[in-house]
Design a binder for this molecule. Sequence first.
Ligand code: NAG
Length: 211
Amino acid sequence: MKTASLASLVLILLALSSQSLLGEAETSPEQVLDTSGKVLREGVNYNILISMPYTSCRSPQGLGLSKIGNSCPLDVVVVDINHRLPLRFIPVNPKKGVIRVATDLNIMFPDRNVTCPHHSTVWKVDNFHVSKGHRLVTTGGVVGYPGRETIGNWFKIEKYDGAYNYKLVYCPSVCPSCKHECKNVGMVVDQNGNQRLALSDVPYQFRFFKA
Ligand SMILES: *[C@@H]1O[C@H](CO)[C@@H](O)[C@H](O)[C@H]1NC(C)=O
């Protein structure tokens, strides 16, 4: 009798836990796909193509690093695809391993850069790198440690206008009590003519290719 009720208790618990697992899977946001339809994963390098509305399909562009104003950290700039650098995405919950839309993540250039060896190549926005009213995407951020201190380091990928097309947004959920803006990631041409990645109303369209 005792063992029978214990067995049924175990069964009920098993049923409950598998149900909650299923429930979790159902509510997880969609996975981000590369142009061959494969799921984006942590720890994998991706080449990206940015286009529209700032550039046309005929002059495809990517993202790279530049030392603007002779100071570190390096800034994220728009480059032609021959000079683009691969990117890596690290979700806020690194155990998941899969990159999903509308989920906080860090973005970094995986290759170390000797120009600014004491700064990371992790993307961040702050209040000090601004051009024409647009906050610029620079580097020197940290991976992980979600919260108030790191709020400028978190971006999200969102679906945008057609299959395999995405946009990046700055709209972190890592600090519910923090005040912050929600903006698309686009471009601004600074006073010296540099095309710089920046928070903007107008998003770039992003596509991902396994590097
Ligand atoms: C390093 O930074 C320079 C800008 O100072 C950039 O031109 C170059 O592409 C970067 N290289 C890598 C591997 O990140």
